[in-house]
Write a protein that binds this ligand. Structure first.
Ligand SMILES: CSCCC(=O)C(=O)COP(=O)(O)O
Ligand SMILES: [Zn+2]
Length: 258
């Protein structure tokens, strides 16, 4: 068995102690408790990470995410991690005793480093998993992207990293799908490849597993994750009704009284 991550001599507990409910060490447990009620972080799966400047706040691995406390949170420095040549061996500024950091850590770091995200959420939502299974049925070549258009909730998404504004009603939302691996960390390479291939995406589906969703802020990551889950559920129900996810609808031009 891998021993728990060693604690630094000065464990910097002050980094996770704050009366501010918006402090990342308070917000991660609060968000995960809400996500658990949605079935997003059931049975220790899924989670969330927040970046505040150079500091990244991470949950422990294999814990009931809805019962986490601020004192359970890991903290690492992005700059210190970038300076380290060993990507797999991470040095934490703050490490809780008797835990290991989330297996999702390198995936969260990809969202922070490659996209400048302020928050990344990972869910094991049924709807996300079902969408990847439906796509799988469509056969090789057609199973690598989830596409949907002409649904109002698409407006819940930003246009892309470094772009202003949100998608419009008639825009097509495209979410890449990557294959699952036996260990969560091993997804990192595929997630990073998908980020390179889809520079505007804020989410990546993982086949038979769930979804990673990020945003510039906690608010935007949460909004996008909720919008996406709504769209995944809608898509599954549309499929059951035999309705297509992509439709060719002429934009309606409103008549203005002169
Ligand atoms: C039953 S969860 C298996 C690992 C996983 O997919 C996940 O999202 C949670 O990983 P963590 O290390 O954060 O517990
Ligand atoms: Zn997972």
């Amino acid at each position: 068995m891998t021993p728990p991550n060693p604690q630094p001599a000065n464990n910097n507990d002050h980094l996770v102690q704050s009366d501010d409910p918006e402090h990342p060490a308070n917000l991660i447990p609060a968000l995960c408790a809400k996500f658990w009620t949605l079935g997003w972080v059931t049975g220790t799966g899924g989670g969330a990470s927040i970046r505040d400047g150079d500091l990244v706040y991470i949950a422990p691995s294999g814990v009931q995410k809805e019962l986490m406390k601020p004192s359970d949170i890991y903290v690492l420095s992005l700059a210190a991690q970038a300076a380290s040549l060993d990507r797999r061996n991470r040095i934490y500024l703050r490490s809780p005793p008797n835990h290991k950091p989330s297996q999702c850590t390198p995936l969260f770091l990809a969202a922070f480093n490659k996209r400048g995200a302020g928050c990344c959420i990972h869910t094991h939502s049924h709807w996300a998993v079902l969408v990847t299974l439906i796509l799988e049925q469509q056969g090789p070549g057609k199973d690598r992207e989830f596409r949907i258009n002409n649904i109002e909730q698409i407006k819940g998404f930003g246009r892309g990293y470094g772009k202003t504004g949100n998608l419009g009603y008639h825009d097509t939302l495209v979410i890449p799908v990557i294959e699952n691996t036996a260990h969560e960390e091993d997804l990192t390479e595929f997630l990073e490849e998908a980020m390179d291939k889809y520079p505007d995406t804020y989410a990546v589906l993982v086949r038979r597993h769930g979804v990673y969703v990020w945003g510039e802020t906690v608010h935007k990551a949460k909004t996008q994750c909720e919008s996406l889950d709504y769209l995944f559920q809608l898509a599954v129900e549309m499929k059951q009704l035999g309705l297509p996810w992509i439709t060719d609808i002429e934009p309606v031009v409103p008549r203005r009284n002169s």
